[in-house]
Design a protein around this ligand. Structure first.
Ligand SMILES: NC(=O)c1ccc[n+]([C@@H]2O[C@H](COP(=O)([O-])OP(=O)(O)OC[C@H]3O[C@@H](n4cnc5c(N)ncnc54)[C@H](O)[C@@H]3O)[C@@H](O)[C@H]2O)c1
Length: 337
């Protein structure tokens, strides 16, 4: 039988280092794939191509599944983010970002017990890329929220909650101020909730949500929200459970799925061999589950729990001194038993 094809974008900065670590761990589980290496990010820009070249988008469209390292987006200069371009082109409308306390991992909030999944809209909002300057001293950005976009996202969140045995879905919004745009989102959330009477549904204003997350994060379960709020709230949740080095993500659409860490290319530590590959590794765990490879996914997830929980061989962001390679070796030792 031919191997399953998976698109792979190593990305920029720490991307190639953490991607190599993840491939070593996947290999150790016996997972076999034909990795199709694709270009995206700075490498493409330097060749005069868009950050997410059309050929890469087409290849992922055909393959249907991708693992992606972080890509750098140069500030200004008219460069469209590789991520925004990919999510829009493939209509990967749901960005799923779990944040769960790893027992033993030290952090500012070590005593909290967080287990949330943020479902962030991925194609609309202020990320629609509609910006202009009607006057040299004025810039405007348009927030786009559509009824079909809200409907499919909210239904996705309830559906995912039901499949994963979750009890509650909370909508995050600012409908008290943005009465039309966020009002539309809230209206569709409430309509979706009616279709899932077995799941508790409620909503919260985004600023209060941030405060509640810091003071009483245990109360949240699944959270669904628009693009900008989701971007910020998911980084907050990542910080609550030990930092960006631990936070995985998946971009899901009707016809494709791209798995990537929440964090960026971390140029400040690129090439130093000290990046934490856990976020991308946990994204690969989500990918394995998406592919039905539950045993391999569970083995890696258990290894992460053990190694991070023991805290002996962890990277600097978790208070340790291990290099990326040393941490990866420790994970592999657990995975192969
Ligand atoms: N999905 C993506 O590809 C993605 C996401 C966010 C940002 N970016 C891009 O990445 C670039 C850098 O962005 P930034 O500096 O704002 O955010 P960042 O997430 O790259 O880094 C923020 C901080 O977290 C640390 N960090 C991040 N990942 C880490 C890891 N795995 N291990 C240890 N420490 C880690 C960094 O060292 C840095 O101090 C920008 O060009 C941005 O546009 C890409």
């Amino acid at each position: 039988m031919s191997k399953r094809k998976i698109a792979l974008i190593p990305g920029d900065g720490i991307g190639p280092e953490i991607t190599a670590a993840v491939l070593r761990v996947l290999d150790a589980t016996g997972f076999e794939a034909e990795w199709v290496y694709l270009e995206g990010g700075l490498g493409a820009i330097e060749k005069g191509l868009p950050a997410m070249p059309e050929s890469t988008i087409e290849a992922i469209r055909e393959i249907g599944i991708a693992l992606k390292g972080p890509t750098t987006t140069p500030i200004g200069g008219g460069h469209v983010s590789a991520n925004v371009a990919l999510r829009k082109a493939l209509d990967l409308y749901a960005n799923v970002r779990p944040a769960k306390t790893l027992p033993g991992v030290k952090g500012h909030f070590a005593n909290t017990n967080i287990d949330v999944i943020i479902v962030r809209e991925n194609t609309e909002d202020l990320y629609a890329g509609i910006e202009f300057m009607p006057h040299p001293d004025m810039a405007q950005a348009i927030k786009v929220i559509t009824r079909p976009g809200c409907k499919r996202l909210c239904e996705f969140a309830f559906d995912m909650a039901r499949k994963q045995g979750r009890k509650r879905v909370t909508a995050i919004h600012k409908a008290n101020i943005m009465k039309l745009a966020d009002g539309l989102f809230l209206e569709e959330f409430r309509k979706a909730a009616v279709k899932y009477p077995d799941i508790q549904a409620d909503d919260i204003i985004v600023d209060n949500c941030c405060m509640q997350l810091v003071t009483k994060p245990e109360q949240f379960d699944v959270m669904v929200t628009e693009n900008l709020y989701g971007d910020i709230v998911s980084d907050l949740c990542a910080g609550l459970v030990g930092g960006l080095g631990l936070a995985p993500g998946a971009n899901i659409g009707e016809h494709g799925a791209v798995f990537e860490a929440v964090h960026g290319s971390a140029p400040d530590i690129a090439g130093m061999g000290i990046a934490n590959p856990t976020a991308l590794l946990s994204s690969a765990v989500m990918m394995l589950r998406h592919l039905g490879e539950y045993d391999k996914a569970d083995r890696i997830a258990a290894a992460i729990l053990k190694v991070c929980g023991e805290g002996k061989t962890v990277t600097g962001d978790l208070g340790g001194t291990a290099t990326t390679d040393q941490y990866t070796d420790a994970i592999i030792k657990e995975v192969v038993g």
